[in-house]
Ligand binder design. Structure first.
Ligand code: AP5
Length: 229
């Protein structure tokens, strides 16, 4: 099961990828998480990426493709993966196609998280992240049990610096210009599945399981989704 989660910032891609990883063991490959970790550790990649991420711009394609080449060479992705936040430009999508072809693999489905802009802003303005394990919360939709503390690991929660309103505006503009063309790119390849991302977390998860099961030729996709309820 090789999936791409595509959609605007804050649509819920990370939340669903983490769920699928936790419940089904399919590794989440989040380019945003990889970059944030590199920035926090002040590695060479982190130093290169910091200014782009903080401005809400995309990190250059060659850097991002290099990250994916390295990540998909690791053994845990051989049985499947969820690409969360990659590709984000047509050039990245083309590079991914070439890479997978050279490995004798292919994308099984691209899941597009469709969410109107006012909901995006609402979700990002209330998002909290665990600094230790990366768990995702929301002040209203999914608050932690204890203020500012992760339910899962007890780590401190923080707000991402790129969730500030002016950076969110920039990210949305970049998304429309650079990433939205991928909808047509994957529709043409008959890989695109559009989901209404305004549904609740569990309802969305069930829809993803059905799509993923059916797309990977697993006729039990529906049954899997039922069993998971
Ligand atoms: P990245 O981290 O990938 O950010 P993004 O794609 O903008 O997506 P987000 O992480 O903001 O949102 P999400 O869709 O995962 O939503 P979430 O589940 O958290 O990228 C960050 C930056 O890194 C980029 O701007 C760029 O600079 C750089 N970068 C990364 N990849 C790159 C690439 N390939 N090329 C170049 N540059 C790259 O949910 C959001 C909130 O909503 C949370 O509070 C959550 O609790 C809540 N929520 C989730 N689902 C629901 C629901 N169903 N109902 C109600 N609330 C919900």
């Amino acid at each position: 099961m090789n999936l791409i989660f595509l959609g605007p910032p804050g649509a819920g891609k990370g939340t669903q990828a983490r769920l699928l990883q936790a419940r089904r063991g399919i590794p989440q490959v989040s380019t945003g998480d990889i970059l944030r970790e590199a920035i926090a550790r002040e590695t060479e990649l982190g130093r290169k990426a910091r200014e782009y991420v903080e401005r809400g711009d995309l990190v250059p394609d060659e850097v991002m493709v290099g990250i994916i080449v390295e990540r998909l060479a690791k053994p845990d992705t051989q049985e499947g993966f969820i690409l969360d936040g990659f590709p984000r430009t047509v050039a990245q999508a083309q590079a991914l196609e070439e890479l997978l072809a050279s490995l004798g693999r292919r994308i099984t489905a691209v899941i597009y998280f469709d969410l109107p802009e006012e909901k995006i802003v609402q979700r990002l303005s209330g998002r909290l992240i665990c600094a230790r394990c990366g768990a995702i919360y929301h002040v209203d939709h999914h608050p932690p049990r204890k203020p500012e503390t992760c339910d899962l690991c007890g780590g401190p929660l923080y707000r991402r610096s790129d969730d500030l309103p002016e950076v969110v505006r920039k990210r949305l503009q970049v998304y429309r210009e650079e990433t939205e063309p991928l909808v047509a790119f994957y529709r043409k390849r008959e890989l695109l599945h559009v989901l209404d991302a305004s549904q609740g977390v569990e309802a969305l998860y069930q829809s993803i399981l059905r799509i993923a099961g059916a797309s990977s030729g697993n006729e039990e996709g529906e049954a899997e989704a039922r069993a998971d309820r």
